[in-house]
Design a protein around this ligand. Structure first.
Ligand SMILES: [Cu+2]
Length: 350
């Protein structure tokens, strides 16, 4: 009897010790997390640019920080708006990873309303950014394995979603295949819209690529003759599906922006809100070749052109021209958007 009592007592003692150890670990873990976030937040506060990728020892882990904050910015020469942004621009930074990478995204909500980040592509339900609402001044870490490869996207999924997306909480999420793609000059084009009077309207006054009306009509995309241009088209507008059309050539389309699809040949390709496509095209002749969302959106700012010129012998492969190496124009595009939007955020005021 005594020994049985002793044995139960020892089990109880072990259980109590185990619970105490777990509680201590959890408290330490959450404190560490908090310190982590504070460190990340102070790093971001000290940054001037859109840099999000935190160096990690493991090259198969890609770690980013996105901060939702109020931002005053221009979407045209005459329209200054009060937006909600990830890291101070519309769209937020393009997040680029390789299929199979472990993706870690630290989200810091500095806005006065709850927000989230919902990623397209594969992940488990707890990482979906719908039911895990992130309250003001709170943080959340999204973690998943990048798949499938293609042109994906991210956006806030708090209701009303039309308002949260249109206010600016969206961006491109590009997942490269494990096998490197053939060389091309690459552009990311995120299609969005806005209305200064009615944020819920189905007939918005502004439509644009990468957050600024007519951005690539006034600053055309440079391509050389016989060089392949690759366009990652991400549709985060709130409009019905309009077709992306390119002048002077047909183009290959990977439906829904998914690399595992077989490409088809197209003159125009329509995407709906929340869908994407990858296009590849080239021209044999010099010239100005317009691209636009065919119809209403082009009249409201969703138009630009490729400025196709003959390459000169001095061009550097992989820097100026994509012959054997790719040329990624995303940084150039993001800098252009930031320059034109001329944003003021709480961070930039500090
Ligand atoms: Cu939101």
């Amino acid at each position: 009897m005594d020994s049985m009592f002793l044995s139960i007592g020892v089990h109880k003692l072990k259980a109590i010790m185990l619970i105490a150890m777990i509680s201590f670990s959890l408290i330490t873990l959450s404190l560490n997390n908090l310190d982590n976030y504070k460190a990340i937040a102070s790093t971001i506060n000290n940054q001037t640019g859109p840099s999000t990728n935190i160096d990690t020892a493991d090259s198969n882990t890609k770690e980013f920080t996105l901060i939702a904050e109020e931002t005053i910015l221009d979407i045209s020469p005459s329209k200054k708006i009060k937006a909600w942004t990830y890291n101070g621009s519309i769209p937020g930074p393009t997040l680029r990873v390789t299929e199979g990478d472990k993706v870690i995204v630290h989200f810091i909500n500095k806005l006065d309303l709850p927000h989230t980040i919902h990623f397209h592509g594969g992940h488990n339900g707890t990482m979906d950014g719908v039911f895990e609402i992130v309250a003001p001044n709170k943080t959340f870490t999204y973690e998943f394995t990048a798949a499938p490869s293609g042109a994906l996207m991210y956006h806030c999924h708090v209701m009303p979603v039309v308002e949260h997306v249109r206010m600016g909480l969206y961006g491109a999420f590009i997942v490269d295949p494990k096998t490197p793609l053939p060389p091309a000059k690459e552009f990311v084009v995120v299609f969005g819209d806005y209305d200064t009077k009615d944020i819920h309207t189905s007939d918005p006054e502004s439509a644009f690529y990468n957050g600024y009306e007519n951005i690539y009509y006034d600053n055309p995309l440079p391509v050389y003759t016989n060089e392949t241009a690759r366009v990652y088209m991400i549709n985060l507008s709130q409009l019905p599906a309009y077709g992306y059309h390119v002048h002077g050539t047909l183009f290959k389309t990977w439906i829904s922006g998914i690399w595992m699809n077989e490409p088809i040949h197209t003159q125009t390709w329509a995407t709906s809100s929340g869908d994407a496509a990858i296009f590849e095209m080239k021209w044999s002749w010099e010239g100005k070749y317009v691209f636009h969302q065919h119809g209403i959106p082009e009249d409201r700012g969703a138009i630009g052109y490729f400025n196709v010129s003959e390459p000169t012998p001095s061009l550097i492969d992989g820097k100026d021209i994509a012959i054997t190496k790719p040329v990624k124009m995303v940084d150039w595009q993001e800098n252009l958007t930031r320059m034109l939007q001329n944003a003021t955020t709480e961070n930039s005021k500090n």
